[in-house]
Write a protein that binds this ligand. Structure first.
Ligand code: PGA
Length: 302
C-alpha cells in the first residue's frame, strides 16, 4: 500500500467530522479535492472506507480501523513536532479544548492572555453540554476538557482551578429579592426553569435539592443558559445557574441573585484529561497556565 500522510490527514478529518464539506472547510480545501484524496485512499486500501446511508456518511469497519491508525500515527507525529519545537525553545502546535456550555462564559477570556504568551499555539474550542463532553473524553477526541465536576465512571486526572458558584436567580422585582437566608423549603412552591438532561448544572441542582429532601417544581426545560436567562427576565420562573453565566446581567440589574439557605452551591471548575494520556507540550502549557497562582479572569465585580 502506498498511503500518503496527506491522505491520512484528509481521511482523519472526514472520519472525525463525518462530513466531506466540513472536512474541506477545516482543511481549507475544496470538496472535490477532499473526495479525490478519499477515492485514491480507498483505491490504495482496496476497500471502501465510508458508506452512505440516506444523506449521512458512516465509517465502514475498515474505515474504523484506519481511523484508529490515524489517531496513533498523526498523534505521535504531532507530539514529535511539538517536542521538537519545544526543544528549539518554541511552543507551537494545536491545542484542542472542549468545554461545557457553562464554561464558555470565561474560557475564551482565559485564552486571550494564553495566546498572547504563546502566539505559535493554534487553539480550537469545542463547546457542548456535560454528557456529550464526557463522550468526547471517553473517545479521546480532544487534549483537555473543562467542566463542572470530574466524571466518576472514567479514569481521569482532574485539577480544580477556579471557583464555580451556582446561584439562585430571579427577576429583579420578584418578592423574594432582598430577603435574607430564604428557607430552601420555600422553593417547593416556586417554578424553576431547568437545563436539559445531560447538563452538569441540571445534575448539580437536582442533587442539591434531592439531598435536602425538597422537591423541584419544574416549569420548563430549556436547552441553553442564554434561554434560561431570558426566561428568568421574562418572569417565567426562577433558575439555578453558574454565576459565571450571569455576571453582566447581574451587574446591570436585569437579574437578581436570591439569598437562599445553602446557596451558593460551591464547586470548582475542573481541568480534566484521560488518566493514561500523555499531555502534549501545548496542552501542558495550557494546564500550567491555568494553574498559575494569579486569578487570570477579569470580570465586572458584583
Ligand atoms: P453544563 O455545564 O450545565 O453546560 O453541562 C456545567 C458543568 O460542567 O457542570
Amino acid at each position: 500500500m502506498n498511503i500518503s500522510l496527506r491522505q491520512l490527514k484528509v481521511f482523519e478529518s472526514v472520519a472525525r467530522l463525518l462530513s466531506f464539506t466540513r472536512a474541506a472547510t477545516e482543511l481549507h480545501l475544496t470538496q472535490p479535492a477532499v473526495s479525490i484524496q478519499i477515492r485514491q485512499l480507498e483505491e490504495n486500501v482496496g476497500l471502501p472506507l465510508f458508506e452512505n446511508i440516506g444523506k449521512r456518511i458512516y465509517l465502514t469497519d475498515t474505515g474504523k480501523d484506519l481511523y484508529g491508525v490515524c489517531e496513533t500515527v498523526l498523534g505521535a507525529l504531532s507530539r514529535f513536532e511539538m517536542d521538537a519545537a519545544d526543544r528549539r525553545g518554541l511552543k507551537t502546535g494545536k491545542l484542542r479544548l472542549a468545554v461545557t456550555t457553562t464554561a464558555k462564559y470565561f474560557v475564551p477570556r482565559l485564552l486571550g492572555p494564553f495566546c498572547e504568551r504563546y502566539p505559535g499555539i493554534e487553539v480550537s474550542l469545542k463547546v457542548t453540554n456535560q454528557s456529550s463532553l464526557l463522550e468526547r473524553l471517553a473517545h479521546n477526541e480532544d487534549d483537555l476538557y473543562i467542566l463542572g465536576q470530574p466524571p466518576k465512571h472514567l479514569a481521569v486526572k482532574a485539577q480544580p482551578f477556579m471557583e464555580n458558584r451556582l446561584v439562585m436567580l430571579a427577576p429583579p422585582d420578584h418578592p423574594l429579592v432582598g430577603q435574607r437566608n430564604i428557607p430552601l423549603q420555600r422553593f417547593a412552591a416556586e417554578w424553576l426553569l431547568m437545563r436539559e438532561a445531560g447538563s452538569g448544572t441540571r445534575q448539580s441542582t437536582e442533587r442539591f435539592f434531592a439531598e435536602r429532601g425538597v422537591a423541584i417544581r419544574e416549569r420548563m426545560t430549556l436547552g441553553s443558559n442564554e434561554a434560561i436567562k431570558q426566561a428568568v427576565m421574562g418572569k417565567l420562573g426562577l433558575a439555578v445557574l453558574s454565576h459565571n453565566t450571569v455576571v453582566l446581567e447581574i451587574a446591570v440589574g436585569q437579574i437578581a441573585v436570591l439569598d437562599v439557605e445553602g446557596f451558593p452551591i460551591l464547586r470548582h471548575w475542573q481541568l480534566v484529561y484521560p488518566a493514561e494520556k500523555r499531555l502534549s507540550v501545548v496542552a501542558q502549557a495550557f494546564f500550567d497556565f491555568l494553574n498559575e497562582p494569579a486569578e487570570p479572569v477579569a470580570g465586572p465585580a458584583v
